[in-house]
Design a protein around this ligand. Structure first.
Ligand code: NI
Length: 188
């Protein structure tokens, strides 16, 4: 089932999400629905707050990048209760976008490596290190469960320049070809 993705300005996107236990209701189905929702929106990552749930869960599938980066083939994963243990390496810029902030993309600088501890779908605890584009997708999705959006990293000037566009997104005044829910949309 496709779940509408909540847009910029929705409160849940600014909340720190809560850990879940293995008896979280209908977790398996929720994960299936999140993948379906992400694929329909042509995304490479989706975090639970983006579908209105303030829980520490996100999914990734980097295979759309596999054409340019063979390493991304098969990078399809579920992260439950993740904690970033360490970030290291060099700062690098990557042009980020977000399914909750359609039509805006901006360069964001982050460290190149991330060590993350999380639970898989069977609640086995796993610790792994990722770098490059994989690390970048994980860092972006991890931010969502911490209540952080990529626009939070932009300079004050850039934020001011984007203010009207972001406000339009919250109101639903944006062209988007997947299902969304807008916090400031009037009527209907
Ligand atoms: Ni995002």
């Amino acid at each position: 089932m496709i779940i509408p993705i909540v847009a910029y300005g929705t409160k849940v996107l600014k909340q720190k999400a809560e850990d879940i236990s293995s008896d979280y209701p209908n977790l398996k189905q929720l994960i299936v629905d999140m993948f379906e929702t992400m694929y329909e929106a042509s995304g490479v990552g989706l975090a639970a707050p983006q579908i209105g749930r303030s829980i520490r869960l996100f999914i990734v599938d980097g295979s759309p990048f596999a054409d340019e980066d063979a390493d991304m083939e098969g990078f399809r994963k579920v992260f439950i209760n993740p904690q970033i243990v360490e970030e290291s390496g060099e700062e690098w810029n990557f042009n980020e976008g977000c399914l909750s902030i359609p039509s805006i993309r901006e360069d964001v600088s982050r460290l190149s490596k991330v060590r993350i501890r999380y639970q898989d779908q069977d609640f086995n605890t796993i610790e792994e290190e990722y770098d490059g584009t994989k690390a970048r997708i994980i860092q972006h999705e991890y931010d969502h469960i911490e209540g952080v959006l990529f626009t939070d990293y932009l300079s004050a000037i850039k934020k001011r320049l984007l203010k009207r566009k972001l406000n339009d997104i919250s109101k639903g005044n944006v062209k988007v070809d997947y299902r969304m829910k807008f916090p400031l949309k009037k009527g209907r």
